[in-house]
Ligand binder design. Structure first.
Ligand SMILES: Nc1ncnc2c1ncn2[C@@H]1O[C@H](COP(=O)(O)OP(=O)(O)OP(=O)(O)O)[C@@H](O)[C@H]1O
Ligand SMILES: Nc1ccn([C@@H]2O[C@H](COP(=O)(O)O)[C@@H](O)[C@H]2O)c(=O)n1
Length: 226
């Protein structure tokens, strides 16, 4: 019998997965793993090395040379590739534009899923992404499929950018979110889908704290903490 607890949070772009996952992990003193950051790190590294983003072989070669690590700090999670800190760089528009194509490559996904499973072995974890409940932890104790209307998700990103001192266009953000969701949910290799046993949480009209509370209630109701 497995004696650790795992909570899988999947859903479309900007639904609030990472914000909520981090808080839930903190409340439960579990580790938190942001798998999107791993695909972003690979995309950044591929761009920096001048490798061909449209070649699965070249992207995979880059991945095999990348050691991706996380470090939890009071200010949030830091992301490193081969010892270099790239936390902010992986959030640029250029990386966001290319990440869904990079993460659609089947061989890349096999390697990433393998690394993610090793990373969480023997640990209580909250993990977020697109295929956590379906591929990475199909046996997860609790699976959440987090959604929100595309208008609300774009509005949240717009506000987030504004807080960071960066003006953006709401319509452009909405189109970018739709494009990424479309690629992520129509790719052949582990597309974004709701796992059969996942609980859908629509966050459109919920505050961050409301969503965290809802998930902690679900943990209390459904997960036998060991
Ligand atoms: N329930 C909520 N109410 C209001 N704002 C929220 C809510 N949840 C998240 N946010 C805000 O929405 C933005 C997007 O959230 P977050 O980055 O957690 O989404 P995500 O699903 O992890 O996105 P991605 O998959 O693109 O990384 C952030 O600015 C966050 O603070
Ligand atoms: N498990 C995952 C996680 C992410 N992706 C891909 O990465 C992109 C960026 O993810 P964010 O959560 O940081 O927005 C995402 O759009 C997917 O293309 C994935 O495939 N599987």
């Amino acid at each position: 019998m497995c004696d650790t607890v795992s909570i899988a949070i999947d859903g479309p772009a900007a639904a609030g997965k990472s914000t909520v996952a981090r808080k839930v992990a903190h409340a439960l003193t579990y580790i938190y793993v942001d798998t999107g950051a791993m695909y972003r790190a690979l995309t950044l590294k591929t761009i920096k090395e001048g490798a061909d983003l449209s070649s699965e072989k070249e992207v995979l070669e880059v991945l095999m040379k990348c050691d991706i690590q996380f470090e939890q700090t009071d200010e949030g999670q830091l992301v490193f590739v081969n010892g270099e800190e790239i936390t902010k760089e992986i959030r640029t528009d250029e990386v966001t534009r290319h990440v869904s194509a990079v993460s659609s490559y089947p061989e890349v996904r096999i390697e990433m899923v393998n690394r993610q499973q090793k990373m969480i072995a023997g640990q209580n974890v909250v993990m977020d992404g697109r295929d956590i409940g379906t591929k990475v932890i199909p046996e997860a104790d609790l699976k959440i499929f987090m959604i929100a209307s595309v208008e609300e998700r774009a509005r949240r990103r717009y506000e987030e950018n504004k807080r960071s001192g960066y003006e953006s266009d709401l319509e452009v953000l909405m189109e970018e979110i739709k494009r990424r969701d479309d690629i992520d949910s129509t790719r052949t290799a582990s597309p974004l889908v709701k796992a059969k046993d996942a609980v859908e949480v629509d966050t459109t009209s919920l505050s961050i704290d409301n969503v965290v509370e809802r998930i902690l209630d679900l943990v209390n109701e459904r997960v036998k903490t060991r």
